[in-house]
Design a protein around this ligand. Structure first.
Ligand code: HEM
Length: 410
């Protein structure tokens, strides 16, 4: 038996415990030190904690986010999900993120045609204005919960604006997104699945209605651009359009909320770094990258092994599942000097928080715009902002963030 298999990773990796979710980094350090790949029996996955391996496997085409483009469930040694999960799977499995080539290639090309740098540029004034308004409202109250009042509303408003969701309907989006994202945690329970299935059915019906409205009355929004691509003869089914719009909300939302909360907690915990940033706002673009590295909001991405691979001498046969630990990779001392230090002036921050390879985050320019807008507004308008209470982490580990972040205007 190889050394990697002799170590029981359960001692270091405890994804269902709130303590681990609150601070997974010591556990990651132990996993990295003990080996490159570890069998984790409770989720039947191979854990991969080191930077070079995570980066290489994200790009390795022998792995996939799905296997259904090549194999049936049984052929792949897995059981099909229960029938009542169908609304969730129809919505989830037809979006860009859960497809592989050739469907992924076709859809990514199409969505990139609609979700262009020009579309992001066009949104910039709206993003900055909204960030300013939210921060102003927080300060008018002398402070409050930064997550609920600033971090959460901004990405939802931006995606709603981008998709052309009318203002009156925007309150619907966040609960749908939160319910669907529950399914991305490890081994979600039945209540989580029921909530996700209900939200998937409601959100799908809503998006079909919105597509019909935009078809009759096109606007400047992304749905109108996707309809135009569809009508120009590019192949994009209505289900793919619905699934991709839902993905933009889900992918573009939770991660941005949690990055904002996690980053400001990190800044409060490193006052010398916050002081340096307040003194020199030109550090902001580099600071956003370092903060994404230091405490990434998305910790684990799964891949199926489609063709046998070998990692560190361990044979992973077709049908295995690999858990790529992005949060651990970003703290790997083999890639980052003093990885547990927050250093906003780090010259080179090739973090993996936005992924790598064919599924690399399509929304990365928008995410960076939103983070720079909200951080900029907080730096300019709230130069004395400080932590008002010790925050609490949500118990979830995969999409990891704070329940609330209470701040005072100072
Ligand atoms: C800080 C915020 C964000 C983080 C940390 C993040 C992270 C990621 C990661 C790690 C992936 C790759 C997943 C994988 O390889 O399995 C991804 C994919 C994706 N992200 Fe983001 N994301 C963020 C914001 C956004 C935003 C704002 C949008 C759009 C509104 C967005 C849209 C997408 C889409 C559509 C994909 C799928 C791309 C594909 O499969 O080709 N993301 N994101």
């Amino acid at each position: 038996m190889s050394e990697a298999l002799a170590f029981d990773p359960s001692s270091a990796f405890d994804p269902w415990s709130p303590e681990f979710a609150a601070d997974p980094y010591p556990g990651y350090a132990e996993l990295r030190e003990r080996g490159r790949v570890h069998w984790f029996a409770p989720s039947r996955q191979w854990l991969v904690p080191r930077y070079d391996d995570v980066r290489a496997l994200l790009r390795d085409r022998r792995l996939g986010r799905t296997y259904l483009h090549r194999f049936g469930h049984e052929e792949f040694g897995r059981s099909a999900p229960p029938d009542w999960h169908e609304p969730f799977h129809t919505l989830n499995d037809n979006g860009l993120l859960d497809l592989e080539a050739p469907d992924h290639t076709r859809l990514r090309r199409l969505v990139s045609k609609a979700f262009t740098p020009r579309m992001v540029e066009r949104l910039a004034p709206y993003v900055h204005r909204t960030a300013d308004e939210l921060v102003t409202a927080l300060l008018a109250d002398g402070g409050g919960d930064l997550v609920a009042t600033v971090a959460e509303p901004l990405p939802v408003a931006v995606i709603a604006e981008m998709l052309g969701v009318p203002a009156a309907d925007r309150g619907l989006l966040r609960p749908w997104s939160a319910a669907i994202c529950g399914m991305y945690e490890l081994n979600p329970g039945e209540d989580t699945a029921r909530a996700a299935v209900r939200a998937s059915a409601e959100f799908s019906a809503y998006l079909r209605h919105l597509i019909a409205v935009r078809r009759a009355e096109p606007g400047e929004d992304l749905i109108s651009a996707l309809i135009a691509a569809y009508e120009e003869g590019d192949r994009l089914s209505e289900q793919e359009m619905v699934s991709t719009c839902a993905l933009l909300l889900n992918a573009g939302h939770e991660a941005t909320v949690n990055t904002t909360g996690n980053a400001w907690l990190a800044l409060f915990r490193h006052p010398e770094q916050l002081t340096a940033l307040r003194a020199d706002h030109s550090l902001l673009p580099g600071a956003v990258e370092e903060l994404m590295r230091f405490d990434t909001p998305l910790h684990l991405f799964e891949r199926w092994v489609l063709d046998d691979i070998e990692v560190a001498g361990v044979h992973l046969p077709r049908g295995s599942e690999v858990a790529l630990l992005l949060g651990s990779a970003n703290r790997d001392p083999a890639r980052f000097d003093r990885p547990d230090a927050l250093d906003l002036t780090r010259p080179d921050v090739p973090h993996l928080s936005l992924g790598a390879g064919i599924h690399y985050c399509l929304g990365a320019p928008l995410a960076r715009l939103e983070l720079a807008a909200v951080f900029g507004a907080l730096l300019r308008r709230a130069p004395g902002l400080r932590l008002a209470a010790e925050p609490e982490w949500k118990p979830n580990f995969v999409i990891r963030g704070l329940r609330e972040l209470l701040v005072e205007a100072g």
